[in-house]
Design a protein around this ligand. Structure first.
Ligand code: SF4
Ligand SMILES: [Zn+2]
Length: 119
């Protein structure tokens, strides 16, 4: 059956956006002392991550970004998101248990070698 929805609106992609946003919030609160609003640096990282997800060539069948064969982030942003993951990863299960569990399930799926329509 044909799907008419925008891939960015698929539940998996919505969940990925929620998870990344939650992790950046945890990181910003812990590292930058933010309370509610993200600091400008973290907000720019969040927006960058949202754009990457919206343009992800794998769409809803994406691997976990950490296992991705493409790694579409530019190196500086990749380093920043890794910092976020290292800090927020262990804290997610307490703050957002459902998102954390779903993320573990998604991350356990094997990475697709080439994106749909790729070589
Ligand atoms: S790192 Fe890979 S999975 Fe993550 S958004 Fe970029 S292309 Fe998609
Ligand atoms: Zn911050």
């Amino acid at each position: 059956m044909r799907r008419n929805t925008n891939p960015a609106d698929e539940p998996r992609m919505v969940r990925e956006k929620e998870t990344v946003t939650a992790m950046i919030r945890i990181f910003c609160r812990g590292r930058h002392g933010s309370d509610g609003e993200l600091c400008a640096e973290c907000e720019s990282l969040r927006q960058y991550a949202m754009r990457r997800l919206e343009r992800c060539p794998f769409g809803p069948d994406k691997p976990a970004c950490a296992k991705c064969p493409i790694h579409c982030y530019k190196p500086q942003m990749q380093e920043r998101i890794r910092d976020v993951m290292r800090f927020a990863g262990p804290r997610m299960i307490l703050r957002h248990p459902l998102l954390a569990i779903r993320h573990q399930i998604d991350a356990a799926k094997p990475a697709t070698r080439t994106p749909p329509g790729g070589p």
